[in-house]
Design a protein around this ligand. Structure first.
Ligand code: GLA
Length: 382
């Protein structure tokens, strides 16, 4: 069958998602303020585009079965909010669920796919995150339920990015694209911490980055991305979804890893009140360029020595992004050997976080990397 699908995410989507910071406290005013901050911080012009409402925007279903928003939180309705977000040159995302209820207990779209997709389209929605609570939890059902909404979104006549969120339970990288998805979560919920949280579903940055994405690189590419969940950069333990927070070094490591993984860059901190370090972490154009490279290859680990890792990701112009990671509790020297990277010859090295040219090398390159830290390099043929 001819695939006539229009490409909506030729590079990984970038934006902000409300869940970690606001959870139930989502509101029209918070979404507008976040959109304004996206512009005033310069993030929009760096590619951050989607302002996504997560769970708890809902009021209920009317007598025709159509969803409506919570009137106290969204007194002007969603269409007016979408108009405002669009007027800033940004796009609006919304959240629903394949089952009878969302994870937070609001009305789900199970059985209402067509009418909900039409409602979202009529409001001017550009992105749907589609969760999997209260749904029959088998792979066949997951595929069927996501395909139903995927088709309904196509039928809606509006271009809406479809984010599958079944937490990687049924290997969505094998069927998500066919179900109409542009991206699919590969993990349970990220939590604002380096190590995992006390509940089984609270995955720390370290686990997601280094243990859970390996082997998935062949399933990602333009318009079909693996999604290791939101960036927690800058939350600093202050989110409504509680976590202990990470150090600035660990947040930077998350950004390094997510860029190397060609992961969606969905920020979740308070963009209205970012400190200088958070802003720097999220707005380094040379780092973002790794993530947004047109080739759309997901980077991967090429070698490790104990808990130090070297990863690579190709750029479309023949350059290489190389990441040096140190998962240990002490600083250590991490060395990238050309043989491990499977490259030959002389390369000019640029350190992307410090934005400094580091000279040329033709065999290996070593760097002192902080505990839980990362170094990002761009190698260009000399
Ligand atoms: C699930 C998802 C989260 C978030 C919440 C909302 O846990 O995985 O990302 O959307 O539901 O209730």
């Amino acid at each position: 069958m001819e695939d006539t699908r229009k490409i909506l995410t030729s590079t990984p989507p970038m934006g902000w998602m409300s869940w970690n910071l606001l959870a139930k406290n989502i509101s029209d005013s918070a979404v507008r303020e976040m959109a304004q901050a996206m512009v005033s911080t310069g993030m929009r012009d760096l590619g951050y585009q989607y302002i996504c409402m997560d769970d708890h925007w809902h009021g209920g279903r009317d007598e025709h079965g159509a969803l409506y928003p919570n009137a106290e939180k969204f007194p002007h309705g969603i269409a007016a909010l979408a108009d405002y977000v669009h007027s800033l040159g940004l796009k609006l995302g919304i959240y629903s669920d394949a089952g009878s209820k969302t994870c937070g207990g609001c009305p789900g779209s199970g059985g209402y796919e067509e009418i909900d997709a039409r409602t979202f389209a009529s409001w001017g929605i550009d992105y749907l995150k589609y969760d999997f609570c209260y749904a029959t939890d088998t792979r066949a059902d997951a595929f069927a339920l996501y395909s139903r909404m995927g088709q309904a979104l196509k039928n809606s006549g509006r271009d809406i990015v479809f984010g599958i969120c079944e937490w990687g339970h049924h290997r969505p990288w094998l069927w998500g694209n066919q179900a109409g998805g542009h991206l699919w979560r590969t993990t349970t919920d990220i939590w604002d911490g380096w190590k995992d949280g006390p509940e089984g579903w609270q995955a720390g940055v370290e686990t997601i980055a280094f243990d859970e994405q390996r082997g998935l690189e062949s399933f990602a590419g333009p318009d079909h991305w693996n999604d290791p969940d939101m960036l927690v950069v800058g939350l600093k333990g202050k989110g409504a979804v509680v976590g202990p927070g990470c150090t600035d070094t660990e947040y930077r490591t998350q950004m390094s890893a997510w860029c190397m993984l060609a992961a969606p860059l969905m920020t979740s901190c308070d963009l209205r009140h970012m400190d200088a370090v958070t802003r720097e972490t999220l707005t380094n154009p040379e780092v973002i360029a790794i993530n947004q490279d047109a080739l759309g290859k997901q980077g991967y680990r090429v070698c490790r020595s104990s808990r130090a890792e070297v990863w690579k990701k190709p750029f479309v112009n023949g350059d290489w992004a190389v990441a040096l990671f140190n998962r240990e509790e002490e600083p250590r020297t991490v060395k990238a050997h050309w043989s491990d990277l499977e490259i030959e010859g002389r390369y000019a090295i640029r350190d992307l976080w410090s934005r400094a040219d580091m000279g040329e090398c033709d065999e290996s390159y070593a760097f002192e990397v902080d505990a839980h830290g990362s170094v990002l390099l761009r190698l260009s043929r000399a």
